[in-house]
Design a protein around this ligand. Structure first.
Ligand code: NAP
Length: 523
């Protein structure tokens, strides 16, 4: 039997008491390790995190906590090779795709270490943040209102998705720990190994106080029941599970603050007037292919719908298809392979099913089935070639605007006018990101503002940004990540804005002398 990964809860490493659930290599089919959370005393473990971990973190200032993040960065960098091996084995990703997760995580942590150092330098040893200037509540300022932000005195529970076992942990844990809030992470079972290993390394290195970082691997049963009113919950995953979570008593009755990142039908838009072969056209083609193939399309931010003027539909189909045809798919251990596997048989089945459903309303412009697998057995490997679909009936193909196929699949959609394109994009009912390609800055700016209310991020690419832009699907810690509506309504990152989720804002109403005492407490 394979190794059973331990959970870390209540300051101890603990094995579940059940048989465990196996994690597999999605390319070779081998069993790798097992996870199990049966029999854990979640209420006691959560209490330890709140009382021990939370108190110890809050006793430190922002500067010291930022230093801890810096120490975690160094530690993780030292173990990168081991993390890449786990990613290859358990996620089936090629090196470049493992980097998006692993190095993306380290970069995000490093960014928060720097932001925290800056904040710490400003605040000295403060345990709280001022929020804005005092407002006058009486004549001549005799009574005033000063808003302050204090770290929540609960824990932060992260229930994460399978596609980013490293980044999904650290993009949330970095701001939580910087804020002084202890973390309990429950990774998605299929890829829990990498998350567990990173937590193990950090806990064993003794960088954080006891109870500051815990991991529960296996079933989610009982996690939400153990939450209390001052805890916060961050969920990343499907809309169905998100709906279950929103209905849970912890959220519905105990007002646990919740952030949800869910499905998203992200768009790319080529503006009118950009002919085939133009710089903007080529930039769109390149980015669409990259987004479809990085991590085999298993990115919540990946481009799912590609909007082009009717007149260039055929040329865009040809250009994207020609590039996709060059994508080698198969075993990530083979250097010739550019795109590895989906994470599991379940995901393979879901992608094939989703593709079939989209095909009933679209034509196939590039067929993923034409890609022979390199060094991988199609009967075992969860690999699938990239498929570009086309929706000539842009308005009638409702599934294209409503269902996310979480794999290397996108649909090309022709539009009649700028207004038509914007209206079609909005049928995604709220997405994480839209990217715009064009050469006229005024038109790009106008379109960005038209779309900003229904997206967390609008990524605008003109020829001036060609060589320097950060990528449609790359989530940068400096910018917010999240989206309204279908995308879950959440918001993460965005530099120090991320600290808001882990703090409570309160107004202190008092005479100037008391407010002066608050200022002294911060000095
Ligand atoms: P999922 O089935 O909803 O699972 C997500 C997480 O929820 C897993 O850790 C899962 O644990 C846990 N879970 C399942 N049932 C639960 C329940 N009843 N109560 C509490 N937790 C429960 O989602 P998925 O299919 O793995 O993830 C893919 C989806 O995530 C895609 O739709 C993608 O768009 C979305 N995603 C969004 C973002 C974003 O930032 N917006 C990022 C990545 C992914 P188990 O694994 O043990 O079942």
């Amino acid at each position: 039997m394979s190794e059973l990964l331990l959970n870390h809860l209540g300051g101890r490493w603990t094995a579940g008491t059940g048989a465990g659930t196996a994690l597999f290599d999605p390319v070779l089919g081998d069993e790798l390790v097992r996870v199990d959370a049966t029999g854990l005393d979640l209420p006691a473990g959560f209490a330890f995190a709140r009382e021990q971990g939370g108190a110890a973190l809050r006793a430190l200032g922002y500067r010291q906590r930022a230093e801890m993040l810096g120490a975690i960065v160094k530690l993780l960098q030292g173990h990168r090779d081991a993390y890449y091996e786990i990613a290859t084995a358990n996620s089936g990703t090629v090196k470049n795709d493992s980097a998006v997760d692993i190095d993306g995580a380290i970069y995000t942590l490093g960014t928060y270490a720097k932001l925290g150092a800056g904040l710490g330098a400003q605040l000295k040893n403060s345990r709280f943040l001022f929020d804005g200037e005092p407002a006058m509540l009486a004549k001549e300022g005799a009574f005033q209102s000063q808003h302050v932000q204090l770290p929540v005195r609960g824990l932060a529970l992260f229930i994460n998705a399978f596609n980013f076992p490293a980044w999904g942990l650290w993009e949330k844990a970095a701001p939580a720990l910087l804020a002084g809030v202890p973390v309990v992470v429950k990774p998605a079972t299929a890829t829990a190994w990498l998350t567990q290993r990173m937590v193990r390394d950090v806990v064993d290195a003794g960088i954080l106080p006891a109870g500051a970082l815990s991991v529960v691997c296996g079933s989610s049963a009982g996690l939400l029941d153990a939450l209390q009113p001052f805890d916060v919950l961050s969920f990343t995953g499907s809309a169905d599970t998100a709906a279950t979570i929103r209905r849970h008593a912890a959220v519905a009755e105990r007002s646990v603050r919740v952030n949800i990142e869910a499905d998203s039908i992200n768009s790319a838009l080529l503006l009118e007037g950009e002919a085939p072969g133009s710089a903007a056209f080529e930039l769109l083609v390149k980015e669409v292919v990259r987004e479809m193939t990085v991590k085999s399309g298993q990115k919540c931010t990946a481009i799912r719908r590609v909007f082009v003027p009717e007149a260039v539909y055929a040329s865009a189909a040809e250009a994207i298809g020609a590039r996709l045809a060059k994508t080698t798919v198969g075993n990530p251990r083979n250097d010739a392979v550019r795109m590895g596997a989906l994470v599991s048989r379940a995901q393979l089945a879901a992608v094939q099913q989703g593709l079939q459903a989209l095909k009933t309303q679209t034509e196939v412009l590039h067929d993923g089935a034409t890609h022979a697998l390199v060094d991988a057995d199609p009967a075992v490997a969860c690999c699938v070639g990239p498929t570009l679909l086309g929706a000539r009936d842009a308005d009638g193909a409702h599934r294209v605007h409503a269902s996310e196929v979480f794999g290397p699949v996108a649909t090309l959609v022709p539009y009649r006018s700028a207004a038509h394109a914007l209206q079609l994009i909005r049928r995604g009912e709220g997405s994480l990101v839209a990217s715009l390609y064009g050469s006229e800055d005024a038109a790009l700016g106008r379109s960005a503002l038209e779309l900003a209310d229904c997206h967390g991020r609008v990524h605008v690419i003109n020829p001036a940004a060609a060589a320097v832009h950060s990528g449609h699907g790359n989530v940068m810690p400096q910018s917010v990540h999240g989206g309204p509506g279908r995308a879950g309504g959440g918001e993460e990152l965005g530099g120090l804005r991320a600290l808001d989720f882990y703090h409570r804002r309160a107004a202190v109403q008092a005479a100037p002398g008391v407010l002066e005492a608050l200022a002294q407490a911060q000095a």
